[in-house]
Design a protein around this ligand. Structure first.
Ligand SMILES: N[C@@H](CCC(=O)N[C@@H](CS)C(=O)NCC(=O)O)C(=O)O
Length: 238
């Protein structure tokens, strides 16, 4: 008899062949250096045991031999599958879910004002930086590339002011938003955005890149520092 299990997407439950789960533990589906690096960093910062599962672009096959479209029908990364089959999609939601798995680490603020600030920053990074930057990678957007670049530059002006006084976006402590910003800023190296126009963002990259949890995630994704440690790129094959 075929064994089946069920995956939970919020309140919706979907039936899946048990083979899908194999020996399930928490899994984070990712592409190297993509936005999935943000939850990867958070998992490492929180010392959570998460299996990092690469997804092949185009075929949607995963390194653990599942059809990624069965996990996220939209096909993009990241996706988090918890030990009990709960699926969490969308980077900003995933990092918050991870933070709540280790409440004692304090990365999900209990104070409602701080929580709103954090969610505001995550939303800002998602819509004002992440989205236009991924469009800049896409040749289909070449006709509006300059518009996108000007948009991103304007948003970098603003986010840089958040670091006028404090080392991190939320103040003294590293937050979920810092990991996300770090990942998006790392793409500047491939998008022709000269980050040196924002000296505070350069300092921010250096600061975040030195954190042990961040370094662990970068090493696991085989991303090596260059440009004095400001950026991280796939290691070249020897
Ligand atoms: N709204 C999604 C967007 C995720 C996204 O843009 N993922 C990119 C990598 S940064 C991706 O997987 N692109 C490949 C594709 O769309 O097939 C989120 O925030 O999680």
């Amino acid at each position: 008899m075929t064994q089946v299990k069920y995956m939970r997407y919020g309140t919706k439950v979907e039936r899946r062949d048990a083979a899908f789960f194999k020996e399930i533990q928490m899994k984070l589906y990712m592409h190297q250096a993509a936005c999935s690096l943000s939850p990867h960093i958070i998992a490492r910062e929180l010392d959570l045991e998460v299996e990092i599962v690469p997804v092949e672009r185009g075929t949607y096959r995963t390194a653990d031999d599942t059809d990624y479209l069965a996990v996220n029908p939209n096909g993009y990364v990241p996706a988090l599958v918890l030990d009990d089959g709960e699926v969490v999609l969308e980077g900003p939601a995933i990092v918050q879910r991870l933070a709540e798995l280790r409440p004692q680490a304090g990365m999900m603020p209990q104070d409602l004002r701080a929580r709103a600030q954090l969610q505001s920053l995550l939303n800002f990074i998602s819509t004002e930086l992440h989205k236009p930057m991924t469009q800049m990678f896409n040749p289909a957007y070449a006709p509006v590339r300059d518009v996108l670049q000007r948009h991103v530059a304007g948003r970098l002006n603003w986010v840089s002011t958040r670091l006028d006084v404090n080392p991190y976006l939320m103040g003294e402590a590293f937050s979920l938003a810092d990991a996300y910003l770090f990942v998006c800023l790392n793409w500047c190296q491939w998008l022709g955005i000269d980050l040196s126009e924002w000296p505070r963002l350069v300092v921010f990259m250096l600061r975040v890149g030195k954190r042990p949890g961040v370094q662990a995630a970068l090493a696991a994704e085989k991303l090596a520092p260059h440009s004095g440690g400001v950026f991280f790129a796939p290691q070249k094959a020897a």
